[in-house]
Design a protein around this ligand. Sequence first.
Ligand code: FAD
Length: 404
Amino acid sequence: MERKTVLILGGGVGGQVAANALASRLAGRHRIVLVDKQNDFSFSPSFLWMIVGQRKIRDIQRPLAALLRKGVELVQAEILKIDPTRKVVETSTGPMSFDYLIISLGADLAPEKIPGFQEAALNLYTLEGSSRIQKSLEAFSGGKVAVLVVSSPFKCPAAPYEAAFLVQDFLKQRGKPAEVSVFTPEPFPMPTAGPKVGEALKAMLESKGIQFHPNHKVTNIEPDGNKMIFENGKSETCDLLIGVPAHQGPKAARDSGLTNEAGWIAVDRETLATKYEGIYAIGDAASVPIAGGKALPKAGVFAHSEAEVVAANIMARLEGGAPGAKFDGKGWCAIEMGGGLAAFGNGDFYGESPQMRLYPPSRTWRWGKVLFEKWWLSPAGVRRKLLRLVLNLGAKARGIPSSL
Ligand SMILES: Cc1cc2nc3c(=O)[nH]c(=O)nc-3n(C[C@H](O)[C@H](O)[C@H](O)COP(=O)(O)OP(=O)(O)OC[C@H]3O[C@@H](n4cnc5c(N)ncnc54)[C@H](O)[C@@H]3O)c2cc1C
């Protein structure tokens, strides 16, 4: 059998899942190569716990090599350009050719798009920014805290709200008088999940005394006094500004002409195939169409499932089978509420209108979130055992047999 090369661009959530799934079946028979510019993987959902001092960098970062199964070749390099017709990727360490390509380069952050953001705001979406938020909150003596969403789409639609809940709880516990507000261009929280979920989250914010300002699209920030100027003519100041910066498609894909008008890679919503034979895009980099001309929200849970689908179909093709795996648009998230509680939402985003169900906050959902973090940060060999344990425990609790 001819030895083929599956090249995976990006070793974040989608890239790791795809590489490990492929290696579990193909290692030794085909080459599985993963390229990332970073040596270490940081689990970004845990940035939220970092900002309130519940995690340190060492708790949420691992060498990428430790998270990959045997049989995955890891290359540390910057991806510069992708030539889909010649099937070659240009990298900082030279060209790499492939038979199959999985693009999982995530979203690029573009804080520079809003004048004043970089000077005034603490960036919730980077490891370094989260660490700075933690230090600033420690030193904060009280006043107005704003969580600002610059534009849509942004990854993890719940994250800014989780940040607001955690910050409010942290400052209350420390006895620091504060007024926490969220400003967003969206009409209600998590709009793709539908108005019911949005209204429920709004009510949860209000019940904690967090002010919610929808339809506030920031145009620029005056660093002197953290003055946010909005498109609707209003302006607001605050003492501490926590920001979610603008997002855009990954530079290497944009520079290669692989992106649509909005700057993301268009894919088939069931197979994640691009218009180029043997080339797939998953996770945040992809634009996955859903009803109403919208796109699937950007979240790790989707990157994870999409990676499994693409890996299954590539394996089938390499083994002469029919590539029948399909991504079903289903996803879930545990929403941190502070005070040791998390709410839980799950839903189907491929229906006529997305159906998401929100379960009330409980300690159990929060424990689930913690276990999920532990799973992600465990060595590749331990992950399967941990997953089996969690599923068995869950099945026992619900009184049903577990198949794993
Ligand atoms: C604060 C926060 C909280 C979140 N919470 C949740 C949550 O609770 N649930 C959830 O489902 N999702 C959550 N997310 C979103 C989730 O982290 C992303 O959706 C997910 O990581 C996307 O996976 P990906 O593989 O597409 O991209 P990523 O995981 O971002 O991986 C992209 C990889 O590509 C590499 N890369 C990029 N460009 C290049 C280049 N030119 N050369 C080489 N390498 C490159 C990067 O180094 C990176 O390793 C959260 C995100 C944040 C920021």
